[in-house]
Design a protein around this ligand. Structure first.
Ligand SMILES: [Zn+2]
Length: 305
């Protein structure tokens, strides 16, 4: 009996095995299809926050009508320039979390306008902060006072952002402040302007500096050239004068502005000027987050949309 059942049993066993192999293959194909579907979905989602090893990364966060840039150095040092408006602070905090940022070695508030420093109070409250730079300018707005309170609460002091300051950030990256060169009455012209150089690649961060500050920067004969220009004052025609653009001579321009903003930023004048100069333009309002990485020679740019 046993010898009779034996072979029958083993045939059944083989059949079960055969069936389970098919099941496994079927599951594998389903898994494959789902993965392909998911990867094609993530194509249109936010850029991959995985750290780029040994390179400089610059993320132009999407804070609507405002400005905010996150920089991560080759050795993992971090810097945040501006943090958008008050109503965008959660966006900034979420993005910093997504990029795994718990500490900011340097925070720069380019100037006291709300669309730049609005979100800084919460960022300073919630993260470990190294050094804070802001231009020497007083403002009586609640937003500004709130940022100063957060700085005080952390026992930090504000270092003055002005031309000539060299930031101690990462030995592989040179970070220089080019402006403000003097005291201006206008808040925008008091903007801290910074040039970041890594290997053969360079980047200019302009805040809301307008033509007056641009003129002084040209006259100061500082190195202004940059591969990537953050277009001044969200693409307002008050900035990016032809003379300044000629000196910077960028390959790429980034514009941080909100969809259908009331200021009409970026203006057709500036868009036309950039186009005429053959500069490739990236915009937060149409492309979402702009994520750039440099290996010191090449620059790679990916966008959310
Ligand atoms: Zn602004």
């Amino acid at each position: 009996m046993t010898s009779f059942i034996g072979p029958k049993g083993s045939t059944l066993g083989a059949r079960v095995k055969f069936k389970s192999t098919w099941n496994r293959m079927f599951l594998f194909v389903v898994f494959l299809l789902v993965s392909i579907l998911l990867s094609s979905c993530t194509f249109s989602s936010k850029p991959d926050p995985t750290p780029v090893k040994g390179g400089l990364r610059i993320v132009y966060l999407n804070v609507g009508q405002g400005a905010s840039q996150l920089l991560i150095s080759p050795s993992g040092k971090t810097m945040l320039i501006d943090a958008g408006n008050n109503d965008q602070e959660q966006v900034v905090l979420d993005d910093l979390k997504r990029y795994g940022i718990k500490r900011l070695d340097i925070v720069v508030g380019t100037h006291p306008d709300a669309d730049h420093i609005g979100g800084l109070d919460k960022v300073i409250d919630q993260l470990d902060i190294g050094k804070v730079y802001m231009p020497r300018i007083s403002s009586t707005t609640k937003t500004f006072e709130s940022v100063l309170r957060s700085i005080q609460k952390k026992g930090l002091k504000v270092a003055t952002a002005k031309s000539g300051v060299i930031l101690d950030w990462d030995p592989q990256v040179e970070v220089k402040m080019l402006a403000p060169l003097q005291t201006y009455e206008d808040n925008n012209n008091m903007s801290a302007v910074m040039r970041v150089a890594y290997g053969k690649t360079s980047f200019l961060f302009t805040g809301d500096a307008e033509s007056v500050s641009e003129k002084d920067m040209i006259a100061s004969r500082q190195e202004l050239h940059a591969d990537v220009l953050l277009v001044g004052h969200h693409g307002s025609k008050s900035s990016t004068t032809p003379a300044f653009l000629k000196q910077v001579a960028p390959k790429y321009a980034i514009i941080q502005s909100g969809v259908d903003n009331k200021y009409g930023h970026p203006t057709p004048t500036i868009l036309g000027r950039l186009k005429k100069a053959g500069i490739i333009v990236y915009r937060n309002d149409t492309q979402g987050i702009i994520d750039l990485s440099s290996n010191g020679t090449n620059i790679q740019i990916t966008t959310e949309r």
